[in-house]
Design a binder for this molecule. Structure first.
Ligand SMILES: *[C@@H]1O[C@H](CO)[C@@H](O)[C@H](O)[C@H]1NC(C)=O
Ligand SMILES: *[C@@H]1O[C@H](CO)[C@@H](O)[C@H](O)[C@H]1NC(C)=O
Length: 477
């Protein structure tokens, strides 16, 4: 079975022959004891680690510069409300969120959704013979959720792309608000035994293949932010699945995460740069900082989003100075998403990204990572990005990767997340990105040409909560 057939087969549920519980383990007594000890030490360490970070973040927040809300802007009650439900914000913008039941070949749920217009609009479009929307897949960064593309107000990137006429697909990989494997329980080590390779070589191709089948498109556009770009670069590399390049028309890499920046040496990240055994006794071998999930479910969202921003400010010294302050709390509802301890070891542990400072091995050797199957790539680089340094990537594209067709969109004033959340992203990032995708389409005749709303024409979010089924939402006190 090819990967694709496998994904499709699993959509109808696992075959009968497959067992839905853990197979009998052949663990020895000592291994069992090891796991118990690691569970214990890591719970204590993770608690202290998070606690100290929270304290530092609160102290730092006291003197931090703050962006003020514009007193002339009045949000409606529905706009001020916080819900840990992406559907709420999509409906607030007047669209609907379509869920798709997709599983990786190794039985992980891939949380894939699509922004669609309401039925009345679709019917209207049918009678006026509008062409099909061109599919664009958005992949979020590490510990981020696709909600990040939808949270920055009525003209957030995903909403704006849909409004312009693209078919927007939101692709969380196996790492999302929860990690769900239908073969193994949440307590099983198998549920947590995955890292970047699984996301890059299994999840990304499965999601792309699914969207192609579903829409009938031969190629789709892929947009990634941070780890979303890492996954795509690894997938398209010669050692990965370079054939996937034939399924992508353009790849837009926002704040590309290929080379490390200086922020990777902050003390709390350096602390984890240990050999596997030491790292495991600090962070365990299941979810990374698993207690965060528990904290998230008991903390009121108002407090949660506030503390999450302070943490973010302290940890990476990124601030909200370029954002629209009114939507800041929304952006922190879905962060951090759940990731495996193994994935974070790959990023931060001994021998990982933080150590070698590049997602590929031996970057100093002048051997190209990609071949001619690599699609057209747009590098949306941030001048103030202290986490992922875009300069060595640009240099490499200009020299070693000579057959990769690339365009650089440079934002000297942006930090790592500003490329999604800054106030001027609609004009400076989303519109040029959409134009870049459109210009590079070979079969423009088949697809709807994007139409960009002129300044000020983005409809405000409706004053009344458009959701008819209120009880769907978790209302936050
Ligand atoms: C979220 O932030 C907005 C703008 O700052 C504010 O009006 C709203 O009350 C906040 N929501 C909650 C639940 O705190
Ligand atoms: C790789 O290429 C760069 C730029 O072309 C050059 O400066 C460097 O010396 C080369 N390194 C090796 C190991 O060939």
């Amino acid at each position: 079975m090819t990967d694709q057939e496998h994904v499709m087969a699993h959509r109808q549920g696992p075959p009968d022959t497959e067992r839905l519980e853990d197979p009998p383990t052949s663990r020895t007594f000592l291994q069992g004891l090891g796991h118990v000890i690691v569970t214990f030490t890591s719970a204590i360490f993770a608690f202290l680690y998070l606690f100290i970070l929270l304290i530092c973040a609160q102290i730092t927040a006291v003197g931090a510069p703050r962006t003020k809300r514009d007193p002339n802007v009045k949000l409606t009650k529905a706009q001020r409300a916080l819900h840990r439900n992406l559907k709420y914000y999509i409906e607030l913008a007047g669209f609907e969120l379509e869920s798709h039941d997709l599983w990786s070949p190794d039985n992980f749920q891939l949380d894939v959704t699509r922004i669609v217009s309401p039925q009345a609009v679709l019917d209207n479009e049918k009678t006026s013979n509008l062409k099909q929307r061109y599919p664009v897949l958005l992949l979020p960064g590490l510990m981020q959720h696709v909600g990040a593309y939808c949270s920055a107000g009525p003209d957030a990137m995903a909403l704006m792309l849909h409004r312009a006429g693209f078919d927007v697909w939101l692709g969380n990989t196996r790492s999302s608000i929860k990690v769900h494997n239908r073969q193994y329980s949440e307590m099983s080590h198998k549920t947590w035994d995955w890292s970047i390779e699984n996301m890059a070589l299994t999840d990304v191709p499965a999601i792309i293949e699914y969207i192609k089948k579903h829409t009938g498109a031969e190629k789709i556009a892929v947009v990634g932010h941070s780890q979303g770009t890492t996954q795509t670069f690894m997938c398209l590399s010669k050692q990965g699945r370079p054939d996937v390049g034939h399924s992508i028309s353009t790849f837009c890499a926002l704040a590309p995460a290929v080379f490390a920046g200086p922020a990777i040496d902050r003390w709390f990240l350096k602390l984890l740069r240990r050999h596997r055994w030491a790292y495991r006794s600090m962070m365990g071998d299941r979810a990374f900082l698993g207690i965060m999930g528990a904290l998230r479910s008991i903390t009121p969202l108002k407090l949660y989003t506030h503390a999450a921003y302070n943490m973010f400010y302290y940890m990476l010294s990124w601030s909200d100075k370029l954002w629209d302050r009114h939507y800041r709390n929304r952006s922190f509802i879905f962060t951090p998403s759940v990731v495996s301890s193994s994935l974070m070891f790959w990023w931060l542990g001994k021998g990982g990204f933080a150590d070698t400072r590049c997602i590929f091995k031996n970057p100093e050797k002048n051997e190209s990572w990609f071949d001619e199957r690599f699609p057209k790539v747009g590098l949306f680089t941030c001048g103030q990005d202290n986490l992922c340094d875009p300069e060595p990537l640009k240099r490499r594209m200009a020299t070693v990767e000579s057959h990769v067709p690339y365009t650089v969109f440079d934002y000297p004033d942006y930090a790592h997340l500003d490329v999604m959340w800054a106030k001027d992203v609609p004009e400076r990032v989303t519109a040029p990105m959409g134009a870049f995708i459109w210009e590079n389409l070979d079969d423009k005749d088949h697809w709807r040409e994007p139409v960009w709303p002129t300044a000020g024409s983005v409809p405000p979010e409706p004053a009344v909560n458009p959701a008819t089924k209120e009880p769907d939402y978790e209302v936050v006190p």
